[in-house]
Write a protein of this length. Structure first.
Length: 148
């Protein structure tokens, strides 16, 4: 299992995701460009000492990411075709999250194998990307036997 962050905007969210990934033993792909310097203090603050223990691969762009990554692509999106409780996950899934400001472009929506939405109450637009990543990875690990 992997978490792929498409052009992330907020260092604190990436740090939080790195911390979650380290705790769950899930690798992280960062698809550049990011909206902050990689050595940003807020990245380190949110990730604490856990971030350095996460397996991270950085990719120059979407094409480089695709060339380097195997597995089923699962886009976590507010416009998902399937709600999380109905989704069935596999151990080699790659969970793609868009940038906080603009999500992912249409060509990525078209390129993924599965689009999943975390359901929420009416009137609410979206969850924080780090919260979404944690919710979906925990559910995927539960379904696949919590292999750490």
């Amino acid at each position: 299992m992997r978490i792929a962050l498409y052009e992330p905007d907020i260092a604190g969210n990436v740090g939080t995701i790195l911390r979650t990934a380290a705790c769950f033993g899930v690798a992280v792909d960062v698809i550049e460009p990011a909206g902050f310097p990689w050595s940003s203090r807020s990245l380190a603050r949110a990730g604490m000492d856990y971030a350095s223990r996460a397996e991270v691969a950085r990719h120059a762009d979407w094409a480089a990411f695709r060339n380097a990554t195997d597995g089923r692509l699962v886009l976590l999106t507010t416009t998902g075709a399937i709600d999380l409780p109905e989704a069935r996950f596999e151990r080699d899934d790659v969970f793609v999250l868009g940038s906080e400001g603009s999500g992912v472009p249409d060509h990525i929506h078209a390129a993924v194998d599965l689009r999943v939405r975390v359901p929420m109450r009416d009137g609410f637009r979206s969850l924080n990307v780090a919260a979404t990543a944690a919710i979906v990875v925990a559910e995927a690990m539960r379904q696949t036997g919590w292999v750490l």
